[in-house]
Design a protein around this ligand. Structure first.
Ligand SMILES: Cc1cc2nc3c(=O)[nH]c(=O)nc-3n(C[C@H](O)[C@H](O)[C@H](O)COP(=O)(O)OP(=O)(O)OC[C@H]3O[C@@H](n4cnc5c(N)ncnc54)[C@H](O)[C@@H]3O)c2cc1C
Length: 207
Protein backbone atom coordinates (compact mmCIF):
# COMPACT_ATOMS: atom_id res chain seq x y z
CA UNK A 1 0.00 0.00 0.00
CA UNK A 2 2.68 2.50 1.01
CA UNK A 3 4.71 1.72 -2.07
CA UNK A 4 1.65 2.28 -4.24
CA UNK A 5 0.79 5.58 -2.58
CA UNK A 6 4.29 6.94 -2.94
CA UNK A 7 4.36 5.82 -6.55
CA UNK A 8 1.01 7.47 -7.18
CA UNK A 9 2.23 10.63 -5.43
CA UNK A 10 4.64 11.27 -8.33
CA UNK A 11 2.28 12.27 -11.13
CA UNK A 12 5.17 13.00 -13.44
CA UNK A 13 6.16 9.35 -13.34
CA UNK A 14 2.65 7.94 -13.74
CA UNK A 15 0.71 7.80 -17.00
CA UNK A 16 -3.02 8.66 -16.95
CA UNK A 17 -4.46 5.59 -15.29
CA UNK A 18 -7.51 4.86 -13.19
CA UNK A 19 -6.94 2.70 -10.15
CA UNK A 20 -9.65 0.86 -8.22
CA UNK A 21 -8.65 0.53 -4.59
CA UNK A 22 -10.62 -2.03 -2.58
CA UNK A 23 -10.28 -1.66 1.19
CA UNK A 24 -12.14 -3.54 3.92
CA UNK A 25 -11.51 -0.82 6.52
CA UNK A 26 -12.65 2.80 6.80
CA UNK A 27 -10.85 6.15 6.61
CA UNK A 28 -7.53 6.89 8.30
CA UNK A 29 -9.11 9.50 10.58
CA UNK A 30 -8.80 8.29 14.16
CA UNK A 31 -7.02 10.19 16.90
CA UNK A 32 -5.51 6.85 17.89
CA UNK A 33 -3.68 6.82 14.56
CA UNK A 34 -2.65 10.47 14.55
CA UNK A 35 -2.00 11.25 18.22
CA UNK A 36 1.49 10.49 19.52
CA UNK A 37 1.66 6.88 20.71
CA UNK A 38 -2.14 6.52 20.31
CA UNK A 39 -1.63 3.55 18.06
CA UNK A 40 -0.27 1.54 20.99
CA UNK A 41 -3.80 1.47 22.45
CA UNK A 42 -5.16 0.08 19.16
CA UNK A 43 -2.76 -2.77 18.74
CA UNK A 44 -4.59 -5.49 20.70
CA UNK A 45 -8.16 -4.45 19.79
CA UNK A 46 -10.17 -4.83 16.56
CA UNK A 47 -10.46 -1.08 15.98
CA UNK A 48 -9.10 -0.27 12.49
CA UNK A 49 -7.11 -3.41 13.08
CA UNK A 50 -7.64 -7.03 12.03
CA UNK A 51 -6.25 -7.89 15.48
CA UNK A 52 -5.05 -11.37 14.61
CA UNK A 53 -3.74 -13.67 17.32
CA UNK A 54 -1.01 -16.26 17.23
CA UNK A 55 -1.80 -19.81 18.22
CA UNK A 56 -1.18 -20.42 21.93
CA UNK A 57 2.57 -20.30 22.52
CA UNK A 58 4.13 -23.07 24.58
CA UNK A 59 7.01 -20.84 25.60
CA UNK A 60 4.56 -18.22 26.91
CA UNK A 61 2.55 -20.52 29.16
CA UNK A 62 -0.05 -20.94 26.45
CA UNK A 63 -0.63 -17.25 25.94
CA UNK A 64 -1.50 -15.94 22.47
CA UNK A 65 0.47 -13.10 20.95
CA UNK A 66 -1.09 -10.03 19.31
CA UNK A 67 -0.57 -9.82 15.56
CA UNK A 68 -1.96 -6.41 14.57
CA UNK A 69 -2.62 -5.61 10.89
CA UNK A 70 -4.17 -2.33 9.77
CA UNK A 71 -7.80 -2.53 8.61
CA UNK A 72 -8.06 1.01 7.36
CA UNK A 73 -7.19 3.14 4.33
CA UNK A 74 -3.42 2.91 4.27
CA UNK A 75 -3.43 -0.56 5.78
CA UNK A 76 -0.68 -1.35 8.26
CA UNK A 77 1.25 1.68 7.03
CA UNK A 78 -1.44 3.77 8.78
CA UNK A 79 -0.99 1.94 12.05
CA UNK A 80 2.70 1.09 11.99
CA UNK A 81 5.61 2.63 13.87
CA UNK A 82 6.88 4.55 10.82
CA UNK A 83 10.47 3.39 11.12
CA UNK A 84 12.21 3.61 7.77
CA UNK A 85 13.82 0.19 7.43
CA UNK A 86 14.86 -1.37 4.15
CA UNK A 87 15.45 -5.05 3.66
CA UNK A 88 18.88 -6.58 3.73
CA UNK A 89 21.01 -6.75 0.58
CA UNK A 90 21.35 -10.53 0.98
CA UNK A 91 17.59 -11.07 0.88
CA UNK A 92 17.08 -9.14 -2.34
CA UNK A 93 20.02 -10.90 -3.98
CA UNK A 94 18.69 -14.24 -2.77
CA UNK A 95 15.25 -13.56 -4.27
CA UNK A 96 16.93 -12.65 -7.55
CA UNK A 97 19.05 -15.81 -7.41
CA UNK A 98 15.86 -17.84 -7.01
CA UNK A 99 14.73 -16.54 -10.39
CA UNK A 100 12.91 -13.32 -9.51
CA UNK A 101 14.33 -11.03 -12.13
CA UNK A 102 14.62 -7.37 -11.22
CA UNK A 103 14.66 -8.07 -7.47
CA UNK A 104 18.39 -7.90 -6.73
CA UNK A 105 19.58 -5.18 -4.34
CA UNK A 106 21.27 -3.21 -7.09
CA UNK A 107 18.09 -3.36 -9.15
CA UNK A 108 15.74 -2.20 -6.38
CA UNK A 109 18.05 0.42 -4.89
CA UNK A 110 17.26 3.02 -7.60
CA UNK A 111 13.55 2.74 -6.70
CA UNK A 112 14.26 3.20 -2.98
CA UNK A 113 16.29 6.27 -3.86
CA UNK A 114 13.69 7.65 -6.22
CA UNK A 115 10.93 7.35 -3.62
CA UNK A 116 12.94 9.04 -0.87
CA UNK A 117 13.66 12.54 0.32
CA UNK A 118 16.31 11.86 2.94
CA UNK A 119 16.87 14.91 5.14
CA UNK A 120 20.20 13.60 6.43
CA UNK A 121 22.00 12.08 3.47
CA UNK A 122 20.30 13.70 0.47
CA UNK A 123 21.17 12.28 -2.93
CA UNK A 124 23.99 9.86 -2.23
CA UNK A 125 25.12 6.28 -2.74
CA UNK A 126 22.23 4.76 -0.73
CA UNK A 127 19.73 7.60 -0.49
CA UNK A 128 17.64 9.94 -2.55
CA UNK A 129 16.45 13.53 -2.53
CA UNK A 130 13.25 15.01 -3.91
CA UNK A 131 11.11 11.87 -3.66
CA UNK A 132 7.65 11.77 -2.05
CA UNK A 133 8.73 9.82 1.05
CA UNK A 134 10.42 12.12 3.55
CA UNK A 135 12.88 10.42 5.90
CA UNK A 136 14.06 12.24 8.99
CA UNK A 137 16.18 11.49 12.03
CA UNK A 138 15.07 11.88 15.62
CA UNK A 139 14.70 15.54 16.54
CA UNK A 140 14.82 15.16 20.33
CA UNK A 141 17.14 12.30 21.25
CA UNK A 142 16.77 11.12 24.82
CA UNK A 143 19.70 10.50 27.18
CA UNK A 144 18.23 7.04 27.82
CA UNK A 145 18.57 6.15 24.15
CA UNK A 146 22.15 7.38 24.18
CA UNK A 147 22.89 5.26 27.26
CA UNK A 148 21.37 2.24 25.51
CA UNK A 149 23.58 2.77 22.47
CA UNK A 150 26.66 3.11 24.68
CA UNK A 151 25.72 -0.10 26.50
CA UNK A 152 25.48 -1.87 23.14
CA UNK A 153 28.97 -0.71 22.23
CA UNK A 154 30.32 -1.88 25.58
CA UNK A 155 28.83 -5.29 24.79
CA UNK A 156 30.50 -5.55 21.40
CA UNK A 157 27.59 -4.34 19.26
CA UNK A 158 28.83 -1.48 17.10
CA UNK A 159 26.87 1.74 16.67
CA UNK A 160 26.14 2.40 13.05
CA UNK A 161 24.85 5.68 11.76
CA UNK A 162 22.94 4.60 8.67
CA UNK A 163 21.27 1.23 9.05
CA UNK A 164 19.82 1.54 5.53
CA UNK A 165 23.32 1.92 4.11
CA UNK A 166 26.21 -0.43 3.48
CA UNK A 167 25.91 -2.43 6.71
CA UNK A 168 22.82 -3.26 8.78
CA UNK A 169 24.42 -4.92 11.77
CA UNK A 170 24.64 -2.86 14.92
CA UNK A 171 22.70 -0.51 17.14
CA UNK A 172 21.42 2.80 15.91
CA UNK A 173 18.98 5.62 16.20
CA UNK A 174 16.19 4.94 13.77
CA UNK A 175 14.98 7.13 10.94
CA UNK A 176 11.31 7.91 10.60
CA UNK A 177 9.41 8.33 7.41
CA UNK A 178 6.81 10.87 6.43
CA UNK A 179 5.30 11.45 3.01
CA UNK A 180 5.50 15.03 1.79
CA UNK A 181 2.31 14.62 -0.19
CA UNK A 182 -0.88 15.25 1.82
CA UNK A 183 -2.98 12.93 -0.33
CA UNK A 184 -1.08 9.94 0.93
CA UNK A 185 -1.95 8.37 4.26
CA UNK A 186 1.47 8.99 5.70
CA UNK A 187 2.17 10.78 8.91
CA UNK A 188 5.19 12.18 10.67
CA UNK A 189 6.79 10.31 13.51
CA UNK A 190 10.17 10.47 15.11
CA UNK A 191 11.87 7.70 16.96
CA UNK A 192 14.91 6.87 19.01
CA UNK A 193 15.78 3.24 19.11
CA UNK A 194 18.06 0.33 18.89
CA UNK A 195 17.10 -2.82 17.00
CA UNK A 196 15.35 -4.21 20.08
CA UNK A 197 14.26 -1.09 21.93
CA UNK A 198 11.94 1.24 20.12
CA UNK A 199 10.36 4.45 21.29
CA UNK A 200 7.95 6.36 19.12
CA UNK A 201 6.21 9.69 18.90
CA UNK A 202 3.49 10.46 16.43
CA UNK A 203 2.76 13.94 15.22
CA UNK A 204 0.09 15.38 13.00
CA UNK A 205 -0.17 14.58 9.33
CA UNK A 206 2.01 17.04 7.39
CA UNK A 207 0.03 19.70 5.56
C1 LIG B 1 1.87 -2.39 14.53
C2 LIG B 1 2.79 -2.42 13.32
C3 LIG B 1 3.98 -1.72 13.36
C4 LIG B 1 4.83 -1.74 12.24
N1 LIG B 1 5.95 -0.96 12.24
C5 LIG B 1 6.70 -0.85 11.12
C6 LIG B 1 7.76 0.08 11.05
O1 LIG B 1 8.01 0.82 11.97
N2 LIG B 1 8.50 0.14 9.90
C7 LIG B 1 8.21 -0.65 8.82
O2 LIG B 1 8.90 -0.54 7.80
N3 LIG B 1 7.17 -1.53 8.86
C8 LIG B 1 6.41 -1.62 9.96
N4 LIG B 1 5.34 -2.47 9.99
C9 LIG B 1 5.11 -3.31 8.83
C10 LIG B 1 4.46 -2.54 7.67
O3 LIG B 1 3.47 -1.64 8.11
C11 LIG B 1 3.84 -3.58 6.73
O4 LIG B 1 4.87 -4.48 6.33
C12 LIG B 1 3.25 -2.96 5.48
O5 LIG B 1 2.32 -1.94 5.79
C13 LIG B 1 2.60 -4.07 4.68
O6 LIG B 1 2.03 -3.48 3.53
P1 LIG B 1 1.02 -4.29 2.67
O7 LIG B 1 0.53 -3.37 1.60
O8 LIG B 1 1.64 -5.60 2.27
O9 LIG B 1 -0.18 -4.70 3.65
P2 LIG B 1 -1.12 -3.75 4.52
O10 LIG B 1 -0.50 -2.40 4.71
O11 LIG B 1 -1.49 -4.52 5.75
O12 LIG B 1 -2.38 -3.53 3.60
C14 LIG B 1 -3.33 -4.56 3.35
C15 LIG B 1 -4.69 -3.87 3.21
O13 LIG B 1 -5.61 -4.79 2.63
C16 LIG B 1 -6.83 -4.71 3.32
N5 LIG B 1 -7.53 -5.99 3.17
C17 LIG B 1 -7.16 -7.19 3.67
N6 LIG B 1 -8.07 -8.11 3.31
C18 LIG B 1 -9.00 -7.47 2.57
C19 LIG B 1 -10.19 -7.90 1.90
N7 LIG B 1 -10.58 -9.19 1.92
N8 LIG B 1 -10.91 -6.97 1.24
C20 LIG B 1 -10.52 -5.67 1.20
N9 LIG B 1 -9.41 -5.21 1.80
C21 LIG B 1 -8.68 -6.12 2.48
C22 LIG B 1 -6.43 -4.45 4.76
O14 LIG B 1 -7.50 -3.89 5.50
C23 LIG B 1 -5.27 -3.46 4.57
O15 LIG B 1 -5.71 -2.13 4.51
C24 LIG B 1 4.47 -2.49 11.09
C25 LIG B 1 3.25 -3.20 11.06
C26 LIG B 1 2.42 -3.15 12.15
C27 LIG B 1 1.08 -3.88 12.10
Amino acid sequence: MLAFLCWAASPQSVPAVTVCLLEAGGPDDSVFIHAPAGVVAMLPVPFKNWAFKTVPQKGLNGRQGDQPRGKVMGGSSSTNAMLYVRGNRWDYDHWAALGNSGRSYDQVLPYFKRSENNETYGASEFHGAGGPLNVAELRSPSPINQAFLEAATLNGIPNIRDYNGADQFGSFRVSARTCKTPSTMCRLTAHAATPRLLASRRAARPS
